[in-house]
Design a protein around this ligand. Structure first.
Ligand SMILES: C[S@@+](CC[C@H](N)C(=O)[O-])C[C@H]1O[C@@H](n2cnc3c(N)ncnc32)[C@H](O)[C@@H]1O
Length: 354
């Protein structure tokens, strides 16, 4: 971590400020090893450049494994000239609804950053990027941004985030909260870290979609039963088989007129996911069948979480029904009438933090 990020952090238990005690500082000024200490005596180690507020990955361990195996597959720089080029940026823009001007020079937090593909989008748009993740994915994220002092990665539970209230200009959580025991608390925690008037966006699995298929539920059960003996090997082998054999075969058969039959098989029996790039198919199949917690939600639930968390102007975004963006309240909307009404200029609404 770079010492300039210290004011963003606080003790997740007591909310006290933390003092930084560096042991090893790199040439670019980032602290590679050291401690963060609170006045009441709590101490959190900085290990390999990452402040660690938890000792275990808990239910997120599969993600630690996943992201150490595929740390850059979904990064734009890895996809130049490949079939999924532009996907990660488009996804972030459609889910958050933010423009480049909303990002430039501002500080954003990503709740459940994984290896940091969306932190990378924020950085490329000129923002300062802070990521929190419970799993060892933080080591992949740190490696992805090692030389960048405008990125801070912390290993912590997003349900008890080590961030000061209102520390960020905006925050988002994409594909994460449904993997926690309490998504609503996750939204509240996210909103608390954003200043009034700042952006809060989240996206979770929608009900009735792929992640709700009986086949996916069954494969998760099989993975959890087998993982006691074989860890991630069966899930990994199946993901390669599904990505390179099943998904292309199913696509061929669907185009050959067997769409309904294949859809039935996909829904009830065999997990197969079509994406243009086979590397993405392997990753997303593995990602679907290995998590310990995976719930699905409705548009109404997401809107209610945001409103309960004190957000205003909640809007569904075009990515999926359970993707929404909002502004952290209180926000005043001021209607400004044009100076000369006869000019025909439209009424303009300006949002300002109360
Ligand atoms: C499917 S991945 C999504 C990663 C990233 N948002 C992306 O789309 O590339 C879900 C991530 O949420 C993290 N996660 C799950 N529960 C968490 C928690 N309680 N606190 C912080 N991170 C958590 C996992 O470790 C994992 O990296």
């Amino acid at each position: 971590m770079h010492p300039k990020h210290l004011p963003l952090l606080c003790c997740p238990d007591t909310r006290e400020s933390l003092a930084l005690e560096p042991l090893v500082t790199l040439e670019n000024g980032t602290v590679y090893a050291g401690h963060l200490r609170s006045e009441s005596g709590r101490s959190y180690p900085i290990v390999r450049g990452v402040p660690r507020f938890v000792e275990r990955q808990d239910y997120s361990a599969s993600f630690g494994w996943e992201w150490s195996r595929w740390p850059r597959v979904q990064f734009e720089s890895h996809n130049v000239g490949r079939p999924m080029a532009g996907h990660t940026t488009r996804m972030w823009e459609r889910i958050t609804g933010m423009t480049d001007d909303d990002v430039r020079g501002k500080t954003f937090v990503d709740f459940g950053c994984g290896p940091g593909r969306f932190l990378d989008v924020v950085r490329r748009k000129g923002g300062i990027a802070v990521g929190i993740d419970l799993s060892d994915a933080v080591d992949a994220a740190r490696a992805n941004f090692a030389d960048d002092p405008d990125v801070l990665i912390v290993q912590a539970d997003l349900l008890r985030p080590p961030f000061r209230e209102g520390a960020f200009d905006g925050g988002f959580s994409i594909g994460v909260l449904h993997h926690t025991p309490d998504p609503q608390q996750g939204v509240s925690a996210l909103a608390r870290t954003v200043r009034p008037g700042g952006w809060v966006a989240c996206c979770v699995y929608p009900k009735g979609d792929f992640y709700d298929f009986p086949s996916v539920a069954r494969f998760r059960k099989i993975h959890h039963a087998l993982s006691r003996w074989f860890e991630y090997l069966p899930a990994l082998l199946y993901s390669y088989f599904a990505a390179y054999v099943l998904a292309p075969a199913f696509r061929f058969l669907k185009n050959a007129g067997l769409r309904r039959a294949i859809q039935y098989v996909e829904r009830h029996w065999l997990v197969a996911l079509w994406l243009k790039d086979p590397q993405w198919r392997v990753l997303d199949t593995f990602d679907a069948i290995t998590p310990q917690i995976a719930t699905t939600h409705t548009e109404e639930e997401v809107a209610e979480w945001l409103i309960t968390a004190g957000c205003e102007s909640v809007q569904r975004t075009p990515w999926c029904p359970t993707s929404a963006t909002s502004l952290k309240g209180p926000v005043h909307v001021i209607d400004v009438l044009p100076m000369a009404p006869a000019s025909g200029a439209a009424r303009v609404s300006i949002r300002v933090a109360a």
